[in-house]
Design a protein around this ligand. Structure first.
Ligand code: PMP
Length: 288
């Protein structure tokens, strides 16, 4: 049984409790981060904590947590669960209060919940066979750059995708791809350019996105940050997604149409290999 963390206490997962008045539960008023763990070490810890801070300040969540404390808690949880490869989930909720839409007078310490998940990140079967995706309209709220727990639409669309025999869903706004259910979306054009939507309020500013684009630049690959259309996706040389839980994963089929020859592409495979190697090295480990 896992050990989890709830508001200052480490305890077995079946004993962990949160209040029914927690605003995360009543309003989806909570933000979160998912950080990969490789060889027992967190990947890109600082970048995840920067984004958490940004999510909280965009939602006017006060009394944040000290980064050193968050590092200590995450390290302890990894240790207590003997986690070598997988994920650490961290959620901050605005706190506990009688139900009221208006939170302006609220002055409570935000709630903090963490747990680990075992996951094979390197030997992910999707990396070898490539993902089949389907497309859906992006009907999420207009602040997808804030990493809130309001994930119902993405969850509905992913479930629909799975029922249709696909692995995931990519979302579209005005005929252009925004991002995946829980990942950023890319194509590689026939000119070998990597195209991914520019950062805006339309998409989550992926931590893996930033790392993979940095690695791609190191490899002298050309990157164009702009929205790409469904037609461009269907006629692309390669397509792939990135996320902390999936790293870099090829997309080989969209709405039943194969991308190129329907096999994971070379650029995607090379980027995944570089990213995996980097995540196993000391360079991205927590700096505190
Ligand atoms: N977009 C969305 C909607 C996501 O949920 C995620 C995963 N958290 C990502 C992109 C990828 O972000 P990251 O690389 O930081 O995991």
């Amino acid at each position: 049984m896992r050990t989890v963390y709830v508001n200052g206490v480490y305890l077995p997962e079946d004993q962990a409790q949160v209040s029914i008045f927690d605003r995360g539960f009543l309003f989806g008023d909570a933000v979160y981060e998912v950080t990969a763990v490789m060889n027992g070490q967190m990947v890109d810890f600082d970048a995840h904590m920067d984004r958490l801070q940004r999510s909280m300040s965009e939602l006017d969540m006060k009394n944040g947590y000290d980064r050193k404390d968050l590092l200590t808690i995450q390290k302890k949880l990894i240790e207590k669960n003997n986690l070598k490869e997988g994920l650490v989930y961290l959620q901050v909720t605005r706190g506990v209060a009688d139900r009221d839409f208006d939170f302006s007078d609220l002055d409570v310490k935000p709630g903090l919940v963490l747990f680990t998940q075992v996951k094979k990140l390197e030997a992910n079967p999707l990396a070898a066979r490539g993902q089949k995706i389907v497309l859906a309209d992006d009907l999420r709220w207009g602040r997808s750059d804030i990493k809130t727990v309001q994930l119902l639409y993405s969850s509905l669309m992913k479930t629909r995708a799975k029922r249709q025999g696909a692995d995931d869903v990519w979302l579209c706004r005005d005929g252009k791809i925004t991002e995946g259910s829980s990942n950023n979306a890319y194509i590689v054009t026939h000119n070998n350019e990597i195209v991914t939507r520019e950062l805006s309020t339309d998409i989550l500013h992926g931590i893996t996105r930033a790392s993979v684009l940095r690695i791609a630049r190191l490899h002298q690959l050309k990157i164009v940050e702009r929205a790409f259309s469904v037609d461009e996706l269907l006629s692309a040389r390669e397509a792939f997604s990135t996320s902390a839980s999936g790293f870099v994963n090829p997309v080989v089929n969209v709405n039943g149409t194969a991308i190129s020859d329907g096999e994971p592409g070379h650029v995607t495979t090379a980027l995944r290999a570089s990213y995996v190697a980097e995540s196993q090295s000391a360079s991205t480990r927590q700096s505190l």
